[in-house]
Design a protein around this ligand. Structure first.
Ligand SMILES: [Zn+2]
Length: 187
C-alpha cells in the first residue's frame, strides 16, 4: 500500500480556499495529458495513480534522474489526488519559519499558531513585529509548506529535487481557470 505521508511535491491552487469543483473532470484531464495512468487505488481517501507516459515531460528532476522503480519492480514515484472539505496544511520538516503576510518577517511561533488554528479556524494572531492581525493560513511559506483543499501530490520526491514544468502548470491553469503553485511536504 502506498505511503501517503512520505516526501512529496504538492500542487495546489494559489487560492487555497478553492476546490476543483469537478474533480472527476480534472482527473480525466490528467489522464488525457498522460500525467497519471491506470485506475485509482484509494488510500486514506486519496486517489492514487501510477505516473503516466508524459510525466517526465511535465515534472523536471534536478540532479540525478529519478529511480522510478525499486528492485522489486514497484513504482517508487506515484501520484495522489485529494480534495479536503476544509483547508488543509502540509509542510516539510526542512523548515525555515514562515513569514508574516503583512511585514514578511519570519515568525518562529508558527507551531503555536498552527495549534490555535486546529482548535479554531477563525483565530487571529498578532504579529510580534508589525502588530497586524493575520490568520495562520495566510502565513507565507515559500516552498516548504502550504495550504489548500485540492492537492495533486507527486510522492517519492525529496524537497527541491523536482519541479513542475511551467508549461504543465500553465495547462493546468488553463483547464481549471485558476492559478496553481507548488510546495514540498513530508508529513
Ligand atoms: Zn508582521
Amino acid at each position: 500500500m502506498p505511503e501517503i505521508h512520505n516526501p512529496r511535491l504538492v500542487l495546489t491552487p494559489v487560492d487555497h480556499t478553492l476546490v476543483a469543483s469537478k474533480l472527476d473532470e480534472l482527473i480525466n484531464y490528467l489522464q488525457q495529458q498522460e500525467f497519471i495512468s491506470g485506475s485509482a487505488e484509494i488510500v486514506a481517501e486519496h486517489r492514487c495513480y501510477s505516473i503516466g507516459e508524459n510525466f517526465l515531460y511535465q515534472v523536471s528532476f534536478l540532479g540525478c534522474s529519478p529511480t522510478l522503480f525499486s528492485d522489486d519492480g514497484d513504482q517508487d514515484i506515484f501520484i495522489s489526488i485529494i480534495e479536503h472539505s476544509d483547508v488543509s496544511f502540509a509542510f516539510s520538516s526542512e523548515i525555515p519559519p514562515p513569514r508574516c503576510p503583512h511585514c514578511q518577517k519570519t515568525d518562529k511561533s508558527w507551531r503555536q499558531y498552527f495549534q490555535h488554528w486546529t482548535e479554531n479556524k477563525n483565530k487571529q494572531e498578532i504579529c510580534p513585529n508589525c502588530g497586524d492581525a493575520f490568520s495562520f493560513v495566510d502565513m507565507k511559506w515559500k516552498k516548504n509548506g502550504g495550504y489548500g483543499k485540492c492537492f495533486i501530490q507527486v510522492h517519492g520526491v525529496q524537497e527541491n529535487l523536482a519541479v513542475p514544468n511551467p508549461a504543465f502548470l500553465q495547462s493546468l491553469q488553463q483547464f481549471t481557470q485558476t492559478e496553481w503553485e507548488y510546495f514540498f511536504a513530508d508529513n
